[in-house]
Ligand binder design. Structure first.
Ligand code: HEM
Length: 603
C-alpha cells in the first residue's frame, strides 16, 4: 500500500481529480441545451418505436390487430345486444335492473361542487403528462417481462426488433448490445421529450406530475367523503353488478338508458369510476413505488411476485386501463347528451346552456397547446426541467434514501444474463493495465481523509472479501440479480479515515462519459452515510469471477439504495468531498450534468 497520492508530475495522475471532469464554463440554468447531434453520445434518432407487439408462445402479434378485432367485436356486440333485447327474459331483466335505480344508489342532489369540477380539470392535465412521460420511460427499455432478470427472448411485449443474436457475447465489450442501443425514439408529440434515451428528463415530468396528481387525488378523497359525493361512485349493494350488465346491454344495443348522471350514475358508470378512483389510481402509486431499488432492497422484492418486471407490467396495464377509461368516458360524454353533460361538469348545474361550448373549446385549446409545448420546452430548457423536478420531488427521494438496503438473494436467484450498459474506457492507460491483468493498477483515494492512499489490485484483494447477491436496477427499466464480490466500502473508510467535513464520496471512472471528450470523465457522487452499509462494496468480481470489461473491470461500486448508473464502473479514483457543487457541472455526476438525471436515485 502506498501511503501518499501520486505526485503532480505523473502524467497519468493529475493532482486534482476534479480536473478530469468537465472544465468548461458552466452554463446558466436557461442556457443548458439538448443538442440532438451530440445527445447521449450522438445516439442515432433513427431508431423509432414500433407499434407494440405481444408474444403468444413463440409468435409475435402486432397489437394493431386489436383495431380490426375491436371493430368486429363492437359490431358483434351491437348485433348480439339488439338480438338479446328481443327476448322476453332480457326485457324482464332490464325492467328489474334498469341500470340506474335509487334502490341501490340513492340520488345525490347537491350537484357537482366547484372543487370537484376544478379537480376534474386538473386531473386531465396531470394525467396527460404522466401518461406521455410514462411512455417515454418505457421507450428507454422497450420490452416488458415477468422475470426479474429481463432475460433476452423472454419479453412478453416489445416495441422494437429482437436483440441481434450476434451481439450477445458479454466478453466482447466493444460489440455487445447495450441497453442504450436498445432504446427507441417516440414522436415528440407523444413522448416527453420524445428523443431516444431522454429518460432523465422524462422522469422529472413523470414524478413531478405524479406528485401533483397524488395531491389532487388525496384532496379529492377527503372532499368526496366529507361532502357525501362518494355516494355517486361507491357501490353499496351487489345490485350494482346486474345493473352494470343491464346498462352494458342497453348501450351495446344502441338504445341508451336515460341519462340521469346529474343525480345518479348508472351501474356501469359506478363500477368503472370506482375501479378507476379506488383501484387503478392507488395501484399506480403502489406499483410505481415497487419499481424503486431502495424499496426492493429494503423488502427483498428482487425476486417473487413483486419483482420490478412484474410491477412494470402491472403499471403498464394501469396505463392501458386509464387510456381506455379516458377514451370511453370522452365518447360517452359526447354521445349521451353533450351540452347537458358539459353543463354538469363546467357549471355544475343541470342545465342546457350553450355558453358551455365556447368554454369547453377554449379549455381544449389550452390543453392541446400545453400538450404540444411540453416536448419543445423540455428540449429547449432541460436545466429548468431538472431544477423544477428536483425541487418538487427531491424531498421524496431523500425520504426513500433512509431505508436500509439489506436484502440479499440466493444463488438460484442469479439472473442468467445481466444487460450491459455504459461507454467503455478507451485510454492507453486502461488498456495497458488491463493487458497486465491489473498488476500495475492503483486506486487513488484522497480528499477529506486523514490517510490518503493508493491501493493496488493485490492490496484490494488482500482485504477481507465479502460477497452479496443483490439486484441491479437500471434507470432504463431492466433489472437483474448478480453476486458481487469485493471489499466493503466500510473497510476502505476505516483505512482512509474520512474527516468530519467529508459528506460525499466521488467515484471517478477510467471511462469518459458518452458525450464529446471535453465533457470529461464519468463520475458519480454518493452520500458518505451510504458507504457504511454492509452491502456497499467496491466489487472486483461478478458471479464468482473477476469482472470482464463489459461489467466494470477492475472495480465497480455497489450501493444498493441507488439506480444502476450510480454504480460507477471501471473505477480509477475515489475522493471525499464536502460538497459536489464545484465538480463538473455541479449536478453530482456525469449523467446528472449531461443527461439531466437526479443525483438521488432511490427510485
Ligand atoms: C403516483 C403514481 C405513480 C408513481 C409513483 C409512478 C412511478 C413510476 C416509476 C417509479 C416508474 C419507473 C421509472 C423508471 O424506471 O425509470 C414509472 C414508469 C411508468 N409509469 Fe408511472 N407512476 C405513477 C403513476 C402512473 C400512471 C397513473 C400512469 C399511467 C396512467 C403511469 C405510467 C407509467 C409508465 C407507462 C411507465 C413506464 C414503465 C417502464 O417502462 O418501466 N404511471 N412510474
Amino acid at each position: 500500500m502506498v501511503e501518499n497520492p501520486p505526485r503532480a508530475d505523473d502524467p497519468n495522475s493529475p493532482t486534482r481529480l476534479e480536473s478530469l471532469l468537465d472544465q468548461r464554463q458552466r452554463p446558466g440554468v436557461f442556457d443548458r441545451r439538448v443538442d440532438i447531434a451530440h445527445w447521449a453520445g450522438g445516439i442515432s434518432q433513427e431508431q423509432k418505436a414500433r407499434v407494440p407487439a405481444i408474444r403468444i408462445r413463440r409468435r409475435w402479434i402486432n397489437s394493431l390487430w386489436l383495431v380490426p378485432i375491436g371493430a368486429a367485436g363492437i359490431l358483434v356486440a351491437v348485433a348480439l345486444a339488439q338480438q338479446l333485447r328481443q327476448y322476453g327474459w332480457m326485457q324482464n331483466f332490464i325492467d328489474t335492473y334498469p341500470g340506474t335505480s335509487p334502490t341501490y344508489a340513492p340520488p345525490v342532489t347537491s350537484g357537482f361542487p366547484a372543487w370537484l369540477r376544478w379537480q376534474h380539470l386538473f386531473n386531465i392535465v396531470f394525467m396527460m403528462f404522466i401518461i406521455r412521460a410514462g411512455l417515454q420511460i418505457l421507450a428507454d427499455h422497450p420490452r416488458l417481462y415477468l422475470n426479474s432478470g429481463c432475460q433476452p427472448g423472454t419479453a412478453w411485449l416489445r416495441m422494437r426488433d429482437p436483440i441481434p443474436g450476434d451481439r450477445m457475447d458479454q466478453d466482447d465489450a466493444a460489440h455487445v448490445w447495450t441497453a442504450k442501443d436498445d432504446s427507441v425514439a417516440l414522436p415528440t408529440w407523444l413522448g416527453i421529450p420524445g428523443i431516444r434515451h431522454s429518460i432523465g428528463l422524462a422522469r422529472w415530468w413523470h414524478f413531478s406530475f405524479d406528485l401533483l396528481w397524488l395531491f389532487n387525488g388525496l384532496v379529492f378523497y377527503v372532499l368526496l367523503f366529507s361532502s357525501g359525493q362518494w355516494r355517486r361512485i361507491v357501490p353499496r349493494s351487489w345490485e350494482v353488478f346486474p345493473n352494470a350488465l343491464s346498462t352494458a346491454v342497453q348501450y351495446a344495443s344502441l338504445n341508451f338508458p336515460a341519462n340521469q348522471g346529474f343525480t345518479n350514475y348508472n351501474g356501469l358508470q359506478i363500477v368503472a369510476y370506482f375501479a378507476t378512483v379506488f383501484v387503478a389510481a392507488p395501484l399506480a402509486f403502489v406499483t410505481g413505488l415497487l419499481q424503486a431499488p431502495a424499496v426492493a432492497a429494503r423488502f427483498g422484492f428482487g425476486r417473487g411476485p413483486f419483482n420490478r418486471q412484474v410491477m412494470r407490467t402491472v403499471h403498464f396495464a394501469i396505463l392501458l386501463w386509464m387510456v381506455f377509461f379516458i377514451a370511453m368516458h370522452t365518447v360517452m360524454v359526447f354521445i349521451t347528451g353533450f351540452v347537458g353533460n358539459l353543463n354538469h361538469m363546467v357549471f355544475g348545474t343541470n342545465t342546457q346552456s350553450y355558453w358551455v361550448v365556447p368554454i369547453y373549446v377554449l379549455a381544449m385549446i389550452i390543453i392541446v397547446a400545453l400538450w404540444l409545448l411540453a416536448s419543445p420546452i423540455t428540449l429547449r430548457y432541460p436545466g429548468l426541467v431538472q431544477g423544477i423536478g428536483r425541487w418538487m420531488v427531491g424531498w421524496f427521494k431523500a425520504i426513500l434514501e433512509w431505508s436500509r438496503p439489506n436484502a440479499t438473494y440466493s444463488e438460484k436467484d442469479i439472473s442468467p444474463y445481466l444487460w450491459p450498459n455504459g461507454t467503455l474506457p478507451d485510454s492507453d492507460n486502461y488498456r495497458r493495465l488491463q493487458n497486465a491483468n491489473w498488476s500495475g493498477y492503483s486506486l487513488r483515494i484522497e480528499g477529506l481523509v486523514e490517510n490518503p492512499c493508493t491501493l493496488s489490485y493485490d492490496d484490494l484483494r488482500a482485504l477481507p472479501k465479502h460477497e452479496t447477491i443483490t439486484q441491479h436496477y437500471c434507470i432504463q427499466g431492466w433489472s437483474g440479480v448478480a453476486k458481487w464480490g469485493g471489499v466493503r466500502m466500510s473497510d476502505v473508510l476505516d483505512i482512509v479515515r474520512p474527516l468530519p467535513s467529508a459528506r460525499w464520496v466521488v467515484f471517478y471512472s477510467f471511462a469518459f462519459g458518452a458525450g464529446p471528450p471535453e465533457e470529461g470523465r464519468y463520475y458519480d457522487c454518493h452520500k458518505i452515510g451510504h458507504m457504511r452499509e454492509p452491502t456497499c462494496l467496491l466489487a472486483y468480481e461478478m458471479n464468482g469471477v473477476p469482472f470482464n470489461e463489459t461489467h466494470g473491470a477492475p472495480l465497480r461500486l455497489r450501493n444498493e439504495r441507488e439506480l444502476g448508473f450510480k454504480q460507477v464502473k471501471w473505477i480509477e479514483a475515489i475522493e471525499f468531498v464536502e460538497s459536489f457543487a464545484h465538480l463538473g457541472l455541479g449536478q453530482g455526476g456525469y449523467n446528472e450534468d449531461h443527461e439531466f438525471y437526479g443525483y438521488r436515485m432511490p427510485i
